[in-house]
Ligand binder design. Sequence first.
Ligand SMILES: C=C(O[C@@H]1C=C(C(=O)O)C=C[C@H]1O)C(=O)O
Length: 401
Amino acid sequence: MNIRPDDNGQHGAQPDAADCLFSFDGPGGAIAGHGPARAIERGPAATLEDRLARAMGNEAARQGAVIGGALPFDKQDHDCLWQAVSLSFAPARAGGAGPEAEPALPAIRALRPEPPATDFADAVARALRIMGEEAGGPDALAKIVLSRSLAIEAESPLPLPAILSRLARDRSVTTFRTRLPGGPDHALVGATPELLLRKSGDRIASHPLAGSARRSPDPAQDRAAAEALSRSDKDRREHRLVVEYILDLLAPFCRDLTCPEGTRLTHTRGMWHLGTRIEGQLNDDTIPAVLLAAGLHPTPAVCGLPVARAAALIRALEPVPRGFYAGAAGWCDARGDGAWFVAIRCAEIRGAFARLHAGAGIVPGSAPMAEAAETGAKFGALLAALGLPRDAGMAGVDMPG
Ligand SMILES: C=C(O[C@@H]1C=C(C(=O)O)C=C[C@H]1O)C(=O)O
């Protein structure tokens, strides 16, 4: 494995390099993996361990190997993982370049919500009816996360480095890009606030988010939104289901597992969330982070409960397949250490086309149009990074007041 120095002989993450296979840049530092592209054989989650063992089957392949990429939302779909030939690092967020230093973004010629906000609200109402009918029964649907998307077409290919640089102005998130199949102009690009799993030696951490409120540029309204979220019974229930699910799944792997800070408000530039940091100590520190992440995913933060029931209903109610949205994106080194993030606040970009996705957790008590508004607000970061108004995803959202 090559560790690349930059032009000054320093080590710096180089997410802009044309041969970038994956890059992650967040509060904890930055890592980028470079090609030439060497793909891990693709397949569903059930065969991941075997495929990794085949790829890393001999000592030479294992030496310094770092893999990175994306796991799809649907565990039957094929993942897209790459083995890096060289790596670049930076200790902390390089930060977004100022607007004057950025290459111009192409004009956007079309933006199409799929489905429109009103149809999304209808799907939420349908999910709520199903929850009501099943309530108290065995395997009753307790939560479902429904999403919608915006299909965007630009006049010319969308420049990934400029989009990442604009996303990186929000220092609370981890910006990421990971190459998808079919060529270097096909990528998943985003700015996620949610850590699925980080592993360093025998220490692991997860930081699930669930329960959201849109932030306001007015400080008093912003504070009021945060306070209302921290008091909201609906959001606390929605959040608790996720934390309990993750604790249950990680417990068998850990000798120690705690939530040292309890549930707290966290924020990005555009959203408030309820978040709980989970920390644990593994019984066996050789288990790779990618396998722990694949086992945890999809949590009820992006799918629902019971998981299989919610996933089936998502397939039935959402008109556009999620692909890698609401999957996981991350990296893992030869010792199994690494970090995997929930692939939200992201877009699948191919040349001049982008598809943005955003979802919202539905529990009894959710209001359909308020959930449509929440997804509209969650599009904001990606829309702004594409040079569009942050609220361009609110079209068709009809909120009282
Ligand atoms: C599904 C998304 O976000 C997830 C859902 C949340 C919620 O329902 O409150 C909050 C954070 C994320 O776990 C998304 O951003 O698309």
